[in-house]
Design a protein around this ligand. Structure first.
Ligand SMILES: Nc1nc2c(ncn2[C@@H]2O[C@H](COP(=O)(O)OP(=O)(O)O)[C@@H](O)[C@H]2O)c(=O)[nH]1
Ligand SMILES: [Mg+2]
Length: 384
């Protein structure tokens, strides 16, 4: 029997070297994770150490008659006789098997172990898993882990709470947020909400309007340029009646100035816009014309957190023609993971103003807070 020990970055690498050198019948005698300190204080790094033999050790294979070849078999290998294994060896193999099992389970839970082992200190593997589970884009995961590793003091690597906090902070640092809308009594502020169909623009306008009126005592007016779907105008009319707010309906850009004037002395005007397909560029140009006339102080692009990063990015690109200042993220309550949202926030460089967390008007809305959003992304915190 020939046995050798291999060290490799991954279990897969180790096993393929075993197979290459010792053939397909190779037997694993032991496997363990070995931690090595890394340079530059980046915590420890793991390698996998596997000891393997080209075949089953004879003392195991043939029990008590280890050194006596069994007649009629090539090179003494047993064919039909049931092997008897000493209790001590059984225990040793049992223990190794269970260690291997645990290791493989951990590795497969991490999913992308091939990328994981070379770069990630062992202590940061749970943080890495959190990011994978949140479906954060891979490039960003590596940046975040590196930032966490660089930011931790050497003695903090042994404190999971410190690592979690550092990860939360690293994610929060990537999230641009804006302060809430500042209504000033007597100085009319115009805020427009744009975005793809069905993301929650009208509902969010109702939530914002009700909150500014009821909680802040602001004088609020509403404008809708939603001439496209009659039902959508009715939806905002219903909210306007319930909250008791003036509403102007605008069917053409040339009517915008008049509609704003009709609202009289209000502090805050919310403009709700038609839910048109973000792919329809002509309609977006028309929307841009409505907004040019309205000259809003702030344009918020409303995006559903349920959407994946690609469609979020597509929406941002399509609405670029209307000079979006801020993002409102809706339906956080319906999103399974928020990693795509994080990916978008990092690349779009537009700050988030509000988060909405359910259908209830006016309750399910909150000003964006980067630490809270980071903890929601990492599943470190529940919505309510
Ligand atoms: N679960 C959930 N549903 C929401 C949220 N915001 C809006 N909605 C729902 O999404 C649907 C479309 O909303 P609407 O305001 O009409 O979207 P619009 O087409 O962009 O104006 C409605 O059923 C809303 O109740 C939210 O934060 N969470
Ligand atoms: Mg609408």
């Amino acid at each position: 029997m020939q046995s050798r020990t291999y060290r490799a970055k991954t279990m897969k690498d180790a096993l393929s070297r075993v197979r290459r050198d010792l053939g397909g019948d190779a037997v694993i005698l032991s496997a363990r994770e070995v931690r090595r300190r890394r340079l530059f204080g980046l915590g420890a790094r793991s390698v996998v150490e596997v000891t393997a033999a080209d075949r089953m050790p004879e003392e195991v294979a043939v029990g008590g008659s280890a050194r006596t070849p069994v007649p009629g078999t090539i090179a003494g290998a047993p064919t039909s006789a049931a092997p008897t294994i000493s209790p001590a060896l059984q225990a040793r193999f049992g223990e190794q098997l269970s260690r291997l099992h645990t290791m493989v389970e951990t590795l497969s839970r991490q999913g992308r172990i091939d990328h994981l082992i070379p770069d990630v200190p062992t202590e940061l593997v749970p943080a890495y898993s959190e990011l994978i589970e949140a479906e954060v884009p891979e490039v960003l995961i590596h940046r975040l882990i590196q930032r966490v590793a660089e930011g931790l003091e050497p003695d903090q690597f042994d404190h999971p709470d410190a690592i979690r906090a550092a990860l939360g902070q690293a994610v929060a640092d990537c999230i641009p947020v804006s302060p809430p809308i500042p209504p000033v009594a007597g100085a009319r502020r115009v805020v427009a909400l744009v975005g793809p169909t069905g993301v929650g623009k009208t509902t969010t306008v109702a939530k914002l309007a009700a909150n500014f009126k009821l909680a802040h005592g602001a004088r609020v007016g509403l404008v809708t340029v939603d001439t496209y779907r009659i039902a959508a105008v009715e939806q905002l009319k219903t909210y306007a009646e319930i909250i008791d707010l003036p509403l102007s309906v605008v069917g053409d850009p040339s009517e915008m100035t008049r509609a704003l004037d009709e609202l009289g002395g209000v502090d805050l005007v919310f403009i709700d816009t038609a839910g048109r397909s973000p792919r329809d560029e002509v309609k977006i140009r028309e929307l841009a014309e409505f907004l040019r006339q309205a000259r809003p102080d702030e344009i918020h692009l409303v995006l559903s957190a349920v959407a994946g990063q690609r469609s979020l990015k597509a929406a941002v690109d399509r609405f670029a023609a209307v000079q979006v200042d801020r993002l409102i993220l809706t339906k956080l309550d319906e999103a399974d993971s928020l990693g795509g949202v994080l990916g978008l926030l990092v690349t779009s460089s537009r700050p988030v103003s509000y988060l909405t967390t359910g259908q209830a008007v006016p309750d399910d809305i909150e000003p964006a807070d980067r630490m809270r959003l980071a903890r929601l992304i990492l599943n470190q915190e529940a919505l309510s």
